[in-house]
Design a protein around this ligand. Structure first.
Ligand SMILES: CC(C)(COP(=O)(O)OP(=O)(O)OC[C@H]1O[C@@H](n2cnc3c(N)ncnc32)[C@H](O)[C@@H]1OP(=O)(O)O)[C@@H](O)C(=O)NCCC(=O)NCCS
Length: 175
């Protein structure tokens, strides 16, 4: 994954050409976030939050327990939100990430593009490391993270911790 993020990734073989850009969300995007939330399957919500409950507020910027929460969204030309990645600054060096792609938009490169963009944003923010917790049965996310250069360690009975050190030079990050 190149950190020169493909803001407009090439269409995948066999898929409709699908164009989107990635930008930070603001509270003005609450209505679009509500539409996004309404298009999430229960199973996907559980994989993201560990529960079947999901509130639009989780996808908007704000503050988490430890620090600032930035949300990056993949958005198409109709301003439809296709996927959202949350980046929480947990210390001056470290950020925690979590992402979810709209259930009817998966496997089109959106998750990969969001993760690449988040690494670039995190580096720009001066972070040196990103981590996230993934349910052990979440093969799609584990494969995505592995391909992005994350290493894994078992956190507990249910969760795997995925962690990556951000290199000084974008081109050195895994692709
Ligand atoms: C995990 C998730 C974010 C992936 O997003 P996506 O946009 O569908 O992923 P991409 O199309 O960018 O795929 C990138 C890579 O991820 C892996 N991947 C994605 N979906 C996969 C699937 N269903 N099965 C196996 N691997 C998969 C593949 O390695 C894929 O690369 P490839 O298509 O070249 O094989 C998405 O499935 C999702 O939102 N899941 C529910 C919420 C969730 O699990 N969030 C993570 C919690 S931290």
């Amino acid at each position: 994954m190149s950190l020169a993020c493909p803001i407009v990734p090439p269409p995948l073989a066999g898929a409709e050409p699908h164009r989107f850009l990635i930008r930070a969300l603001s509270t003005r995007d609450a209505a679009a976030c509500a539409v996004f939330t309404a298009h999430l399957d229960r199973a996907d919500i559980r994989l993201r939050f560990g529960t079947s409950h999901c509130a639009t507020a989780y996808f908007l910027p704000g503050r988490d327990g430890t620090g600032e929460r930035v949300t990056l969204a993949a958005i198409d030309s109709a301003e439809t939100i296709l996927g959202i990645l949350t980046l929480s600054h947990v210390s001056t060096n470290t950020g925690e990430i979590a992402l979810i792609v709209r259930s009817d938009q998966q496997r089109r490169g959106i998750g990969r593009a969001l993760l690449a963009h988040a690494c670039a944003v995190a580096r720009g923010d001066g972070l040196r490391e990103l981590f996230g917790y993934v349910l052990a049965e979440n093969t799609p996310m584990l494969r995505l993270a592995r391909r992005a250069g994350f290493a894994f360690s078992r956190w507990d009975e249910f969760l795997v911790e995925a962690r990556v050190t951000l290199s000084q030079h974008a081109s050195r990050d895994a692709g």
